[in-house]
Design a protein around this ligand. Structure first.
Ligand code: PLP
Length: 395
């Protein structure tokens, strides 16, 4: 039997009858960037995530960057985050000339350890940037309390966790800003790049809309007014003079080109209604492994009480990561290693001068986590095959 780590072709086959006509309509329509499908996606996801604003952008990395810019993070500022994440989390901070400061994570949830975060706070700290790693919510209550006590902003990296929740309240709505990715492998994935910012703050939403499109147009003017503490200009009436429109090709702040393609929004609008069912299937698959894998020399992933985990990855810990991955591969089973190098030890961050041993839990996880296939659509036969192979593995 061959079981890939993730099989997107199965999902495509399921959605093909609905997707293909809509994709063709979009292609024939002649409008390819932003537009009504993007606005529809934003409205749908704002309602789903329980936030006032959802602003679509080009990818999750841009969402993080734009969030940081809108919160005023720049050179000289520090942002506390986790080293056990995808590179983009800290890259966004460093790309703005700010310094990522890495706190350690908890061995059970793999998420930021609030005690370690508290120890990293300095007068330069501007924000805390927790990641809901592998689809499991970080301890937002405690992190928000630390942030409030120290007047820090909170940006959630929810790129792997759409639909995850704490006590029924979805991630992305816990901090000042939430950031999501629609990279194809994500629980809600596009057919290319895509991302989303969420917030309950009207002013941040205006800044996001301006920053994603070169700081131009009416939102650019509104963003500029906000930054200068001036009244926001009223929405423009259609210009009567075709040669002068103060909102077209007039730019008011420096931003980015991070608009979402219409086609990606069309695809995401078709996929979104399936998200809860797909997350439920991931949860069922994870429960199957929890029930059927019974080795004493590995640690299965833990789910924090009161949270909804969306199982972007099923990451177990084993000292025999390499050997187990190879043994599974021999039996046709794909597995994944996320993430082999904790960010504080990445070459790209060597100027930060962290040494091995600085963040022991993150380093242990980087050595030991192995991810099993958990994608929606796996059959019970496949799940059994994987569980049996893990149980039968001989180090
Ligand atoms: C935790 C995390 N943060 C940020 C990103 C960046 O998202 P994107 O690839 O859409 O830029 C990703 C995914 O790739 C991610 O998993």
């Amino acid at each position: 039997m061959t079981i890939p780590m993730l099989d997107l072709k199965r999902q495509y086959a399921l959605l093909e009858p609905e997707l293909e006509p809509k994709i063709l309509d979009c292609l024939r329509g002649g409008a390819y960037v932003m537009g009504k499908p993007v606005a529809h996606l934003e409205q749908t996801l704002a309602a789903y995530l329980g936030v006032r604003h959802a602003v679509a952008v080009g990818n999750g990395t841009d969402a993080l960057t734009i969030a940081l810019v809108a919160l005023g993070v720049g050179p000289g500022d520090e942002v506390i985050t986790t080293p056990f994440t995808f590179f983009a989390t800290a890259e966004a901070v460093a790309s703005l000339g700010a310094t990522p400061v890495f706190a350690d994570v908890r061995p059970d949830t793999y998420n930021l350890d609030p005690e370690s975060v508290a120890k990293c706070i300095t007068p330069r700290t501007k924000a805390i940037l927790p990641v809901h790693i592998f689809g499991q919510p970080a301890d937002m209550d405690t992190l928000n309390a630390i942030a409030r006590a120290n007047k820090l902003a909170v940006i959630e990296d929810a790129c792997q966790a759409i639909g995850a929740a704490i006590g029924g309240r979805k991630v992305g709505g816990w901090g000042d800003v939430g950031c999501f990715s629609f990279f194809p492998t994500k629980n809600l994935g596009a057919f290319g790049d895509g991302g989303l910012l969420t917030t309950n703050n009207d002013e941040y939403a205006t800044l996001f809309r301006a920053l994603r499109a070169h700081g131009g147009g009416h939102t650019g003017a509104a963003a500029r007014a906000l930054l200068e503490g001036k009244p926001v200009p009223p929405s423009p009436a259609e210009s009567e003079n075709p040669l002068y429109n103060p909102y077209k090709y007039y730019n008011y702040i420096i931003g980015y080109n991070s608009r979402l393609d219409t086609l990606q929004a069309v695809i995401l609008n078709v996929k979104f209604p399936h998200l809860d069912e797909w997350n439920a299937q991931r949860t069922k698959n994870a429960a199957f492994y929890q029930e059927h894998i019974h080795r004493t020399d590995i640690t299965l992933p833990h789910q924090a009480a009161g949270t909804t985990h969306v199982w972007h990855q099923f990451a177990l810990c084993t000292r025999y990561k390499k050997e187990m991955g190879e043994a599974l591969a021999k039996q046709g089973i794909g597995s994944g290693v996320f993430y082999p190098v904790p960010l504080h030890l990445q070459k790209a961050f060597d100027t930060l001068q962290y040494r091995p041993g600085a963040l022991p839990v993150s380093e242990m996880l980087a050595r030991e986590t192995l991810c099993l296939p958990v994608f929606p659509g796996m059959t019970e036969e496949e799940l059994s095959y994987v569980a049996d192979a893990v149980n039968a593995f001989k180090p």
